[in-house]
Design a protein around this ligand. Structure first.
Ligand code: PFF
Length: 541
């Protein structure tokens, strides 16, 4: 059997460590640092850990395995993997790619801000009014226009730097770019962030901050919204079900312990989240004490936390100490952001590379270049915050949730392929999955996600998001969703270029039967069989 027709070597992560750090780098992002602490505080404090852990075990980890299984078994980017599952399922992969496309472009500008603010911490140009500085001096925000082409130059340059960096990393390759950078940046991030947290614990008022965060409000557990928030947080934070983990696992060697690695990723991600909670609330405790107000008045999340509250604290500390603390915090945010950004961009690059049979560098430079230009037109302008805010809301609250439901419904409800994925996971992994896993993925998760989506859509239809004008919300919100959806159909219709193995059932080598055979063999052979399945079919073409 020759494998001359085999797709010229799909790249692989050379070691488990490279993949593991890349997966952790993807999961640990802005969401961990600026989203978790406030969500936990706002949803029952210490008591939130209960729904959080339940959501982690019943949705986060099961979906992580689900993503890993699809990417690894079908060895392709999202569209290719879904095409291999069944050709009509290809649009699901493109919807995932589309969601990643839009998240990548706006996420990149926040990473750029973090880079600029890290350096600004050293001189603290905001004085004692970080709020007005951020919106008026730094962003020069103008919410009254749909779109201005009035560029804010420092942000434009920072954004350009971010794009040059990620494009450079991705051109270097999956293993030599993403793998190596993750192996360096993630341990570095851990060290920097632990220093930030330890330092924050020594601040006056830290204890009050931690009490505010961790004092359990058990009555919150009776509130369904708190449970939904827990699922929402886990879902966002682990980067599951929209192509990222699927794409990364497609670069794993055939013999890879998927579930074992997944458990480590999930555990590391949650540990980082709790650590961020400690650091953020100790700091907010200090801020409350300095300003003489209760914690609830300073508690915040997102952009307000990183670019207003933290800078305020930095000035309150003042001098060298404030500068060093701010620099380390914002640098951590930058590192956490850029490793997630690489993974988001890789979803789009991988998809383009597969579909058009491109070399890695052409795919990265081509598609990355186009995305960089779009990001540079939309976000570093005076109207950039408006488009960013709306796009973030719609891609996250609607896009990610909807595509996760669609993926589960297609793979399990319509194609009945979850068993095959379970067999695949068990054939290659240490930790075995069974019926409970399937129930979590196929029954429980879609129901929870559907309730979340339904509520969000009702609210979004009811009141224009964030008090923006209808034009702004339609253009950067609803139209983006429409583009993702229509774009996925168009991309599916375009033929695959080059000789590619794309076949799916009926009669293909994928399916429960092969998976069963695979499971019955000792791991090494099992994988060889799995690989040959792909090659043989290709040869027949
Ligand atoms: N999980 C990463 C984070 O928490 O920031 C990456 C990410 C997930 C970014 C989902 C954006 C997103 F919508």
């Amino acid at each position: 059997m020759s494998d001359t027709n085999q797709q010229p070597g799909r790249e692989v992560f050379s070691s488990r460590a490279a993949f593991l750090f890349a997966a952790i780098g993807s999961a640990v992002g802005l969401g961990n640092i600026w989203r978790f602490p406030y969500v936990a505080y706002d949803s029952g404090g210490g008591a939130f850990l209960v729904p959080y852990i339940v959501a982690l075990l019943t949705a986060g980890i099961p979906l992580l395995f689900f993503d890993y299984a699809i990417g690894h078994r079908f060895r392709g980017s999202a569209p290719k993997s879904f095409h291999r599952l069944r050709s009509w399922a290809e649009p699901v992969g493109w919807i995932q790619t589309g969601v990643a496309f839009f998240i990548t472009i706006y996420y990149s500008v926040i990473v750029g801000w973090a880079l600029l603010y890290a350096f600004k911490s050293l001189s603290q140009p905001w004085g004692d009014d970080a709020d007005s500085y951020f919106f008026n001096d730094f962003l020069r925000m103008d919410a009254s226009h749909l779109m201005t082409l009035d560029f804010v130059w420092p942000i434009t340059i920072a954004l350009l730097v971010v794009w040059v960096l990620v494009i450079g990393i991705l051109v270097a390759g999956v293993d030599r770019g993403i793998g190596i950078v993750s192996k360096i940046f993630i341990p570095l991030l851990a060290v920097l962030f632990i220093i930030v947290v330890i330092f924050s614990l020594t601040l006056d008022g830290a204890a009050e901050g931690l009490n505010a965060l961790f004092t359990p409000d058990w009555s919150a557990l009776k509130n369904p919204t708190v449970w939904l928030s827990a699922y929402g947080q886990i879902f966002f934070s682990l980067s599951v079900a929209f192509g990222i983990m699927l794409t990364y696992s497609s670069y794993l060697k055939p013999r890879s312990n998927l579930t074992g690695t997944g458990l480590v990723t999930a555990f590391a991600n949650s540990s980082f989240e709790v650590l961020a909670g400690v650091g953020v609330f100790s700091t907010l405790g200090f801020m409350a004490m300095q300003s003489g107000v209760p914690i609830k008045e300073v508690a915040t999340s997102g952009i307000g936390l990183a670019f207003v509250a933290f800078p305020t604290v930095i000035s309150q500390m003042g001098g060298f100490l404030g500068g060093a603390f701010g620099f380390l915090f914002l640098l951590s945010l930058f590192i956490a952001g850029i490793t997630s950004l690489m993974s988001l961009l890789e979803v789009v690059v991988g998809a383009a590379q597969d579909k058009f049979n491109l070399s890695r560098s052409n795919a990265v430079l081509g598609i990355g270049g186009v995305m960089a230009v779009i990001a540079l037109i939309l976000f570093p302008t005076t109207s950039g915050l408006v488009s960013l805010d709306i796009m973030d809301k719609f891609t996250n609250s609607v896009g990610i949730v909807a595509v996760a439901i669609i993926a589960i419904v297609v793979v399990d409800w319509l194609l009945h392929r979850t068993e095959e994925l379970a067999l695949h996971l068990n054939a290659v992994s240490s930790f075995r999955v069974g019926n409970i896993w399937r129930i979590c993925v196929a029954n429980l998760t879609p129901v929870v996600l559907f309730v979340m989506l339904f509520q969000e859509i009702i609210t979004l239809v009811d009141t224009p998001y964030g008090g923006y004008t209808a034009g702004q919300v339609v253009l950067f919100g609803w139209a983006v969703l429409a583009v993702i959806f229509i774009g996925s159909m168009i991309m599916t219709i375009i033929p695959w270029r080059g000789e590619q193995f794309l076949a799916g059932p009926p009669g293909s080598d994928f399916g429960v039967r092969t998976a069963r055979k695979l499971e019955a063999r000792p791991p090494k052979q099992a994988i060889e069989l799995d690989d040959t399945a792909a090659t043989t079919k290709e040869e027949k073409k």
